[in-house]
Every structure is written in C-alpha cells, then in structure tokens.
Design a protein around this ligand. Sequence first.
Ligand code: ZN
Length: 679
Amino acid sequence: MNKYIAIMCTVTLLASTACTEQKKDNFQYRSDRFADLEILNYKVPGFEDLTLQQKTLVYYLSEAGLWGRDILFDQNCRYNLLVRHTLEAIYQHAALEHSGNEWDAMVTYLKRVWVSNGIHHHYACDKFQPSFTEDFLKSAIAATPAEFLPMPADELFQTLQPVIFDPTFLAKRVNQAAGEDLLLTSAENYYFNVSQKEAEDFYAAMADPNDPQPISLGLNSRLVKNKNGLLEEEVYKVGGRYSEAIEHIIYWLEKAINVAENDAQKATIAKLIEYYRNGDLRTFDEYNVLWVQDLSSQVDFVNGFIENYGDPIGLKSSWESSINFKNTEASARTEIISANAQWFEDHAPIDPRFRKEKVKGVSAKVINVAMLGGDCYPTTPIGINLPNADWIRRDYGSKSVTIDNISEAYDKAAQGNGSAQEFMWSEKEIKLSQAYGYLASNLHTDLHECLGHGSGQLLPGTDPNALGSYSSVMEEARADLFALYFLGDEKLVELGLLPDKDAYKASYYQQMMNGAMTQLRRIELGKDIEEAHMRNRALIANWVLKNGGPKVAELTVRDGKTYLVIHDYKALRDCFGQLLAEIQRCKSEGDFQAAQNLVETYAVKIDQNLHKEVIERYAKLNIAPYGGFINPILTPVTDADGNITDIQISYGEPYDTQHLRYSTQYSALPLNPATGLYN
Ligand code: ZN
C-alpha cells in the first residue's frame, strides 16, 4: 500500500556514532541498560521559557497523552495487559527473595514488556523468550497476595503459561510473510477470529472508489466475528471499545481547550473531542484538516489512532501521543529549506521530466517533545510527517517535524561510547564527526523529511503502486539520496545551513559506514536485512562501493579489522546523484524489474564474515542497538485557591518507577477476572 510506505515515514536514528564537542553538561542521559536496550532521559530545553498558559496547555495535553497507555498494550496483543499487571504485582508484592538469576530474568522480561508495550519485540515483532522457568512463575504468583493479582492464581498461571512460554503461540505480532494468512498468523489485536480474505472483502465492500475525499476505512476499530458468524466493527470511541480510557483523554482535552493558544487550536482540540465521541472517520478527517492548518501555535500535539504499522494489512492504527512545542531557533533551519524548496527541486540531478514544476507548500519545523505516550513511548521517532490521508496531503499539505531534543539525547548518550574510535578509519573522520556530525545529521533528517519525500513526480499513467513490495525501500532511498546530494551542495553554505564546505563530509562518512557496516549490529547473524530504512541505507552504501569503485570509497582491512575509507568526497556526491536519478526513474516510470534488481542485489543479503565481525566488535563496546526514553515529570504548582501558578518540570525518575506509577495512575482498562482479558 502506498500510504503505508512513503507517507508514513518515521525516521528512527539507527546509529548514533556522531558526536558533538563534549560540553559541560551534568544532565544524566543514560539511565538503564538491559537486553538489547538502553534507556535514556531526554531534556526539554525551552520549557521554562514558555508562558504559564503554554506550560499549562502542555501539562493538560500530557495528561491526555498518558491516559492512552493501556489502549496500545491491548491493541498489540490481547494478553499484554494481563502479563503486565501480573508481573508488576509480583515485582512489587511477591513474598519471595527479590534476587537471583530467575528473579533477575523476570525483571528483565518485565522491563522488555514495558519497552515494547507488550510481549513482542517493538522492532522485530517476535515474541521474546523468557529466561525464567515455568516453576518460578508459578511460585512467584503463589507468593503474591491475591488482592494484587488480576485473576485467581491457578487460572492465572494456566492462562499465562502458553502466552509467555510457548514459542509457537502468538509467535509474531505482525506477520508479513507473503503467502500466509497475515491476520490469522499475527498476534495483534486489531482483528479477532477474522481471516485476511474476510477482512479485505469486508472493507472492499465499504470503499467508495468515486469519493474524492475517502475516509481511512477501518482505522479506529477492532474487527471481530460475532456469535452469528457476522463481521462487526468495535469502534474505538465513547461508549465503544476503549471508552474507559477515551473518557479520561477527553477530560484532559477539554481542560486544554480553555488554555489553548488561539481560536484555531481551540477548534482543533474541540474537533478531536467530537471525533472521540462519535467515532466517525469523517470527523477525524475534519480534525486533521484543522490540525494541519494550525501553523501559528507554538505548542502542538499528536493524539489518537494514527499509524498503521501494527496492522499486517495496514488499515488499523495504534494509539499514540506526542506533546511538543516549536524550537524557534532551530526552526529557522527548516524554514530556510521550505522557502527554497523550488530551488532544490529545479536542481535535483534527475531527468527534468520527473521534476515537479511547482512544489506545494511544505510546512516544516523543529520541535522539542515534552511528553511521549502510546506508540511514541518509550521508543520514539526523531522525525514525523502527518497527517496520513492522501487527499488531505494533496489539498492541504502536511506537517513535517524534526524532533531536536530526542536526537540530542541519542547523540549525548553516544558520546564517548567508543564506537567512533572502533569503527572510524582515522582521527580525521573522528574529528569531522565531532565537529559537524550532529548538525549534519539533523540537516539530513530535515532534507529527507521536508523535501526528499515530497520531491519528483510520476509520469502520467504510472501506477503509484507499481513498485509493489519494493516501493517502501525505494522511497526511503530516494528521500535519503535527495538529502545526501544536497548536503554536499555549496548552496547549503550559502544559505547559512552549514558552516563551511567540509561539514557535509561528516554526514557522508556516517551514511556510508552505517549502510555498509555498523547497522548490521541490529541484525541477528544469518538473517537478511528486512526493515525498509535499513535496506535503503545498505542499498546506497553497497551500490556506491560497487559502482563508484575503490577510487571513490572502499572497505579496507587494517590489523584484522574492516574500515570504510572515503577517498573522493566530490565523486561520492556524484554517485549519490546518479543513484538518485536511477531510483527516481524507477519510481516515475514504475519500473518494477529494475527496482527489484537494485534492492535484491544491494540491500538484502549480508556478507557473513563482515556481519560476524561487526557484531563481535560491538559486543566488546557493550552498546545497545535500541534506545527507549523516560518522560520528564510535569507537576502543577497551585495557590491557595487552587489556581495553577506554574508547571514544574523534573527529570531522572527511574525507569521502573515511571512505569509502575503509570500503571497505578493511568490504568484505564479493566480486565475480566474470569478470562484475564479486557472485554
Ligand atoms: Zn523517510
């Protein structure tokens, strides 16, 4: 699906070996480390400078954003809430030794459940395997007072046994294997007892191909087979599924209306409330039209059922929230880019027939997030581009944001972790990265999000879905190459976006090293590259190494270790331009065969020796492949009459404390003590 691919691009920072000069900064970015994860704190610069009204708005929206947490757990798999409640009860109340291998293994498992909002890996979607035994779980449940358990101890263990221990039961949250029934083989909870064909037929019958403003069918509901064998949508709304959580969300949104920055924002929030009440997807589109046009408010938010990555057939959306405000200083950067969008389009190194004659309004800004919720917590993207409905993007445009303080936290946490010294060729590359890496990589994200995806056009008559399952990789590569090509253009220095003519080299080296080598650390030995952004990076790096040849760049072995060396940055830029031209041609002409060739040749298979080497070198550094975040705490200060006089922000809450607090304060969805399930 086209929508699934290009438009919903959320970029995650894959390899943060870039580092800026070490500044005096006592803020503790690194907080917790377990399994394949590192948990970080993020700072919210500029929060104190907001007005009291804006801070209060952020606070109310944050409360609304935290009340949806249970929804996502239930959407990801119907047993997730039961697992979480049970393990949290054991963690806090079990009368047994809180130490030893089995205990530690259970705590790690619980922490992973918190990260993934359920029992499946947040990125790979596989169910993770526990390192504690069934006997341990049984005795831990028995040692926990019944009042804290979600159902009677015996039934609880019987229910959880296959959920946690049977590797074949609910094995994959989102199964994408072609040829299988993707719904019956996936553990997500957007469908129950419904085959892929039944679901596809159900929504095909509802679709109106002549509607110029089609709604996002199926977006906000669970599809189930009722007892008469008929398909039925359980709509997420007041009085429908997840009503208990949605009512709390509305409560805080109503408060937010009273402190909104302007009438446009008031109307936007009011429309969102209306949609939560009626569950009507036309109302949702009306909300999105208002939201995308509100460009003057400094505080902004995402709140709702937004992205469909969790649905194997890409219709239903997970609940997420992000509360943020504009970083005015850094936004000057994206405003310059937007203002020059047409210049970039006119100078793209592609066949002029594939260029857009008129680039439509691109609204882009740099933001700092103040609170993350649902599918944005605790793992979060560093760039977002919304809304997703094609017709709204066509008629009203989209908002593109780069999240500065999250990138900063990744960057700061990576400082001094040794990866640059281990993998970069020489002191020259390390220095380059220290001086420009952070700036250049942010600029890369800006160019990718606000220009790259929007650039170019299809030839008349080309099917937008012609590249099929390769379209996602090709689209990401196109956006990345657009960004890379222009990073090396002197225009960026002229526009004041880069300080000098060498700065772009930091990004080039980073991109090539990551695509050819270091990103492999996230993949299990023996497996292929699957994820679209990773395939895109491999495609670019491997294509250049092969077609540019060793005069441009090469992998070289020194003292038994492989390094990337770039010999000619100018020629490298030309290579990026050539590959962009070819990928744009594939897209504009719908050349499936050529796209398949490119991806299968350069982006899927991994050199086993290199893969093994990268994993071993990283293992010595003990760097986690994935990162998650801890939210700050927002606390209202009130006067004697109960009026809010300030919102204080504090940091450093321990990871487990935060989740246990959220489970106490924002536990919205009741579990049935007979089944252990919500509803
Ligand atoms: Zn993208």
